[in-house]
Design a binder for this molecule. Structure first.
Ligand SMILES: Nc1nc2c(ncn2[C@@H]2O[C@H](COP(=O)(O)OP(=O)(O)O)[C@@H](O)[C@H]2O)c(=O)[nH]1
Ligand SMILES: [Mg+2]
Length: 189
């Protein structure tokens, strides 16, 4: 977290295997209404926008992996300073779900630790693909319980989203953004 001109600059990261929909979710949320800026650097796509919360203007930066190979050598940098993350999973892919979640939990443990100020939104994306859905509510609950058991200090929320039609996207981003701002306010005190 940084502060410039009385404005928090807050970092939120997108986690998840490739093709789960991270970039589509980011683009859907940014939409046209935001006057956002966008920059690509070191295999990471950065989106910036302002967000007003409790009369305070905040700058949010969303980090999005452009490719997994680059990620491996910049892992620490990717996580550094983030107050929240999305863990994006694909509702149409149940194969290796546990393994997938495990690898992201390992990364969080290693690079974030079990910090009370950290918020994790678990996103089940591609909700519009009803006929190919493979992950149902009970498995979503299992994923949440499992991640929470590994990293009990975080704040959690679970969302089902469609980057295609926008369902759930605004709720998920607003949750993580407001959580990050509250953590920043708390940390600052
Ligand atoms: N039907 C549907 N397709 C999606 C959704 N989100 C992403 N996709 C598609 O899944 C593929 C991978 O998406 P992308 O955002 O590039 O995934 P990333 O690698 O995690 O950034 C693309 O073909 C997207 O159009 C969604 O919610 N619904
Ligand atoms: Mg992407």
């Amino acid at each position: 977290m940084f502060m410039i001109d009385d404005e928090f600059i807050l970092k939120v990261i997108l986690l998840g295997n490739s093709r789960v929909g991270k970039t589509s979710l980011r683009k859907r949320y940014m939409g046209k209404n935001f006057g956002s800026q966008y920059r690509q650097t070191l295999g990471v796509d950065l989106s910036f926008f302002s967000y007003k919360y409790r009369d305070v203007q905040n700058k949010i930066v969303i980090w999005d992996l452009a490719g997994e190979e680059v990620f491996k050598s910049h892992r620490y940098m990717y996580f550094k300073g983030a107050l929240g993350a999305f863990l994006v999973l694909d509702l149409t892919q149940s194969l290796d779900l546990k393994k997938q979640v495990d690898s992201w939990v390992d990364d969080l443990e290693l690079n974030v630790g079990n910090l009370e100020e950290f918020s994790l939104a678990i996103i089940f994306n591609k909700l519009d693909l009803v006929d190919s859905r493979q992950i149902m509510k009970p498995q979503e609950d299992e994923v949440l319980s499992y991640v929470r058991s590994m990293l009990p200090a975080y704040s959690y929320a679970v969302f089902e989203t469609s980057a295609l039609n926008g369902d759930g996207v605004k709720d998920a981003f607003e949750w993580i953004i407001t959580r990050a701002i509250e953590s920043a306010l708390k940390t600052e005190l």
